[in-house]
Each structure stands twice: as structure tokens, then as C-alpha cells.
Design a protein around this ligand. Structure first.
Ligand code: TEU
Ligand code: CA
Length: 554
């Protein structure tokens, strides 16, 4: 396994809109991030990934870009970004930008031209099709609800948008489009960016027959996810852009299973450093957003394990995450956001930092922030949530209360409410009402309070990051599952050249005893870290407290 800086790094994800507002307009911004560089350094992270900060009408909070080479007005200026970059560099921190090239905004110059007429030179930059008997060209469904086709009266054709109708898909079949994008990517690399997180990058190649999709799941995905030319396009892009730099690339890839994943990340193929897998954040939906299903630890263990084995056998790397700006908060989803909030936050943090891959911490996770509980459907801001709620309303099978419960559990807004810095009004995020409702538990859960507490989640994350730097086994060790059948405890080894790491994670709110006598032949091991304030002696039959996490070295 080749050594790479991005394998050794811990990445901190910043959702700029909700991180820190420096100029009192209720919207987080670049200068707000600059103000918090000390905080990032204190945590010990090596890189930050910024969600899109480019010029955008914000139909999907920056994932609809109208100018790839300009900064969103609310976030500041190019000078602010350059300052942020040089300040990060001075502290040895890398900067990763979001790269959204499956689609643009409908307000991008290319699309505005494209929509003008059928013979406009930019027409083929996007996917335009005739309808079928006054209906859309096919039955594909958008990620945000409804059809992927929007009818345009002026030219009497439909354009394709896998996301909102203000996010038309670029036509990657067109070489000119690809060349324009590569030029733009190189422009950013030349500016000194250390890498990219490539948004829905496995959706760029569509089946050019545009056949109807099978019903069930997101209709049509078999024709637009991992399409016929996807690897050809990615390899062409890689060769012409980031592979000429020491860049980190993270491909965001919905609808990719572990076999498909290898094609994107097998080192020899030179496509991406790593991908963002989805199965472990989808398995509890059982196919539908509105399913609040019970899930079993066994399922999560099996999934993680299959991926870990597959990737290490095939010389491939992955990103590790349990939350981001599209997902609910981790303690509310995989842990306990009540009595054991801090214990479970630390237990999940342990999982994040000890699996094989590059950990991504999502802002607020390091203080154990929880899901929201909005009182009204009108409080939801996210375009995906509103899309799904619309579909549910149209079906008419659910009460408002049920829909509210689901949205509070599932909505992307859970991760998008402002960061809690202290217990002052608006949580130190801003001095005016923020762009989205606050999570009302900020007086109890905030950075200042966490840092003052005996059992700080932040300090535990700090320790995890420091340990990961100290022992190569965290990065390069081989993963091996132990006690496969145990329904409550996730136990595994990382086997390194110099030493081995043993991790035990109790996912239940009860004390649980495990028996490792048939798994391990050791008598002693050194406790590296645990999440309760005591030092458990090493034993092959340990009794774990609720949500206890322990790490031993031997
Ligand atoms: O997300 C793509 C994606 O797969 C999501 O739609 C995800 O499945 C869903 O949100 C889970 O609830 C990326 C970005 O991360 C997201 O914020 C954008 O809205 C989307 O692409 C379109 O650019
Ligand atoms: Ca601001």
C-alpha cells in the first residue's frame, strides 16, 4: 500500500453557510471561516473541505453554480478565499473544494445561451430532447421528486435535470463541454487548491437511448448512474487535470456497490483517491426516504466489513463518514441523542477514526450536535426535503404530524442548522436571525460549554486525531472483524507492521459482556483511549458500559 498524504489526513467538512457569520447578515461566510482557523488547528485536522462557494442563485445551496470562477456574493470575495488559502497553508492545512460538474445552474451563461434556440452554439452543452406524445421523453425521476424533464415552451423541447429544474445536466458526450470543464479545473489547481470532492460524479454518463427506467427506487438510475462512458470520462479528466498534481480527489458516488467502487478507486486505475460510499447511510431507509425503520447493528457491521475487505484486497481507498450536509446527525441516527449523547458521540467518533480510510468530520459532530425538532413543515428549507414532502402530500396517505416526524428524522436540514459556538443568542454563529432556524438545544450543546466540561467530545476527537498521527496502524493497518455475530458490539482489529489495534464499540444502551477468548491469543494490551472516565484493565472477557468504546494496542 503506497503512502499518500491524503490517506494520513483527517478532513473537516465545512458547510460555509452555517459555520460562522462574520458580517451580521445571518449567513456564514469565508471571513467567518478565517476567524475559526485556530479552532480547526486546535482540533488537529489536516484538511478542510468546503461545500460549494462559487457564484450561485442558491436553489440548492451552491450546488447550482452560475460561475465556476467567481465566489458567491454572500460568502465574500476571491481575495477572502485567497487569504483563507494562505492562512491554512501557513498552518499546514490543505483545502479541498467541491466540484459540481454533472450540472450547472440554469443561470449559468452556457445554459442561458443553450436555451435561446435549437441552433445556438451552446445548445449541445446540455441534454435537450423532444417529448413523446406531449409527455416527457421518459419516466426517469429526479433526486428531488418529480420528473427529470422540464419542458421549455420556446423551443418545444425538454431538458434533463437529475436534481432540481434549476440544475440542468451538462452533456458530457460533447467534447467541448469536457474541455471547458478541464480548463476550469486546472485553473483552480493552478491557484493552489489541494484537491476536489467531485459531486455525483458517477452520474455524468447517461445511456444515450434514454430508455424508460424500472419502477422501484429512484426510477431510471440504472441508466444514469455508472453509465456506459463514466470511466472513460473520468480517466480522461484525471489525465488532463488533477493527476498532474499531488491532489486528493474524492468522488461522490450514489448507487455504487463495493464491486463498482473498485473501478473508481483501485490505485492502478488512477481515477480517484477515494469515493464517498452510500450503502451505510442508505441501508436504514429500506428504499424510501419516508421509512423510519429499525436497523440492526449486524447489518451495519456486515456492510462496513464487506466494503473494508473488498477495498483492502483490491488496493483501493475510501472516505469514512457517518454524517455530512446531506445526512442526519450521527448521534441521533446511530447513537443516542439523549442520556448517552456524549458517550455515543465518542463511540461513533472512535469508529470513524479507526476504520481503514480517511475520516471526514462534519462540522458540529465534534461537539455531539443532534438532529433538530422543527414544529412546522414550513420551517424546512432544504429543496430535497420540500420535494419529498410534496410527493407525500400528493399521495395523501400521511398526516401532517407523521410527515413532520419523518422530516425531523431524515431532513438534510438536520445537519444544516448553524454551528453552535456558545450559548449567546444565535449561538455565537451570528448576531442576527440566521438564514435557517437554529437547533433550539444550543444553550446546552455548544463549543464553549463542551470545552469547559470534564467529558468533552471535542477533546476526545482531538485525542483520536492525535493517536491516528502517532500510530501508522490507524492508517495502514489491515482491517479484520471479530465477533461477527454479536448483535450489540462492533469489535475489530487493525493489523499493522509494528503493532495491532483492537477496537470494541458497544452500540447498545445496556452493559454488554463479550468473549474474545476464541478470537485472540494475547494476555495483555495497552489501553490507548476509552470514552468513560476510568481505566479498564485488559481482559479477554470485558464488560462494556452502555455505548462504551475502547481501543487497545498490542
Ligand atoms: O448529493 C447527491 C446525492 O446523492 C444526494 O441527493 C443524496 O442522495 C441525498 O441528499 C441524501 O438524502 C450531492 C450533494 O451532496 C447534495 O447536497 C446536492 O444537493 C446534490 O449532489 C446535487 O448537486
Ligand atoms: Ca455573512
Amino acid at each position: 500500500m503506497e503512502k499518500q498524504w491524503w490517506k494520513e489526513a483527517v478532513v473537516y467538512q465545512i458547510y460555509p453557510r452555517s459555520f460562522n457569520d462574520s458580517n451580521g447578515d445571518g449567513i456564514g461566510d469565508l471571513r467567518g471561516i478565517i476567524e475559526k482557523i485556530d479552532y480547526l488547528e486546535q482540533l488537529g485536522v489536516d484538511a478542510v473541505w468546503l461545500n460549494p462557494i462559487y457564484k450561485s442563485p442558491n436553489d440548492d445551496n451552491g450546488y447550482d453554480i452560475s460561475d465556476y470562477r467567481a465566489i458567491m456574493d454572500e460568502f465574500g470575495t476571491m481575495e477572502d478565499l485567497e487569504e483563507l488559502m494562505s492562512l491554512l497553508k501557513a498552518r499546514d492545512m490543505k483545502i479541498i473544494m467541491d466540484l459540481v460538474i454533472n450540472h450547472t445552474s440554469d443561470e449559468h451563461y452556457w445554459f442561458k445561451e443553450s436555451a435561446k434556440s435549437k441552433d445556438n452554439p451552446y445548445r449541445d452543452y446540455y441534454v435537450w430532447k423532444d417529448g413523446k406524445n406531449a409527455s416527457p421523453p421518459n419516466n426517469w425521476k429526479s433526486f428531488f421528486g418529480g420528473s427529470v424533464w422540464e419542458y421549455d415552451k420556446k423551443t418545444d423541447q425538454y431538458y434533463l435535470h437529475l436534481f432540481s429544474k434549476k440544475q440542468p445536466d451538462l452533456n458530457w458526450e460533447n467534447k467541448k463541454v469536457r474541455e471547458e470543464l478541464y480548463e476550469m479545473i486546472n485553473w483552480w489547481l493552478e491557484k493552489g487548491i489541494d484537491g476536489f470532492r467531485l459531486d455525483v460524479i458517477n452520474l455524468i454518463s447517461k445511456n444515450q437511448d434514454f430508455p424508460d427506467g424500472k419502477e422501484g427506487g429512484l426510477c431510471g438510475h440504472e441508466h444514469f448512474a455508472n453509465g456506459p462512458r463514466v470511466h472513460e470520462f473520468i480517466q480522461e479528466m484525471a489525465e488532463n487535470t488533477y493527476n498532474n498534481y499531488d491532489a486528493m480527489t474524492v468522488g461522490e458516488t450514489p448507487f455504487v456497490d463495493k464491486d463498482e467502487a473498485i473501478k473508481f478507486v483501485k490505485e492502478e486505475r488512477q481515477e480517484f483517491s477515494m469515493i464517498i460510499p452510500f450503502e451505510h447511510v442508505e441501508f436504514d431507509k429500506k428504499g424510501a426516504w419516508e421509512n423510519i425503520s429499525q436497523w440492526e447493528l449486524k447489518e451495519l457491521k456486515d456492510l462496513m466489513t464487506e466494503w473494508q475487505y473488498k477495498l483492502q484486497q483490491n488496493n483501493g481507498w475510501t472516505s469514512l463518514y457517518f454524517c455530512n450536509h446531506d445526512q442526519p446527525r450521527i448521534v441521533s441516527r446511530y447513537g443516542d441523542d439523549g442520556k448517552y449523547r456524549k458517550e455515543s458521540a465518542k463511540m461513533l467518533g472512535t469508529l470513524l477514526h479507526t476504520l481503514r480510510g480517511t475520516p471526514f468530520i462534519y462540522q458540529g459532530e465534534e461537539i455531539g450536535m443532534t438532529n433538530i425538532s422543527f414544529n412546522s413543515l414550513a420551517d424546512f428549507d432544504d429543496i430535497e426535503t420540500r420535494g419529498y414532502l410534496n410527493d407525500l402530500k400528493e399521495k395523501g396517505e400521511m398526516s401532517k404530524e407523521e410527515m413532520l416526524e419523518i422530516a425531523n428524522y431524515r431532513s438534510r436540514d438536520n445537519a444544516r442548522t448553524p454551528m453552535h459556538w456558545d450559548d449567546s443568542k444565535f449561538a455565537g454563529f451570528s448576531n442576527v436571525e440566521p438564514w435557517i432556524k437554529m437547533n433550539d438545544n444550543y444553550p446546552e450543546i455548544n463549543v464553549e460549554k463542551d470545552l469547559q466540561s470534564e467529558d468533552s467530545v471535542f477533546k476526545y476527537y482531538q485525542q483520536l486525531i492525535a493517536l491516528r498521527k502517532e500510530y501508522p496502524v490507524f492508517v495502514y493497518g489491515k482491517y479484520k472483524l471479530l465477533l461477527e455475530a454479536d448483535p450489540n458490539v462492533y469489535t475489530y482489529l487493525r493489523e499493522g507492521e509494528e503493532n495491532n489495534l483492537l477496537v470494541m464499540l458497544n452500540f447498545s444502551d445496556q452493559p454488554v459482556k463479550i468473549d474474545l477468548q476464541n478470537e485472540l491469543e494475547i494476555e495483555n494490551a495497552e489501553l490507548l483511549l476509552n470514552n468513560y472516565n476510568y481505566e479498564p484493565e485488559f481482559s479477554l472477557e470485558p464488560q462494556l458500559k452502555p455505548y462504551e468504546a475502547r481501543m487497545y494496542l498490542f
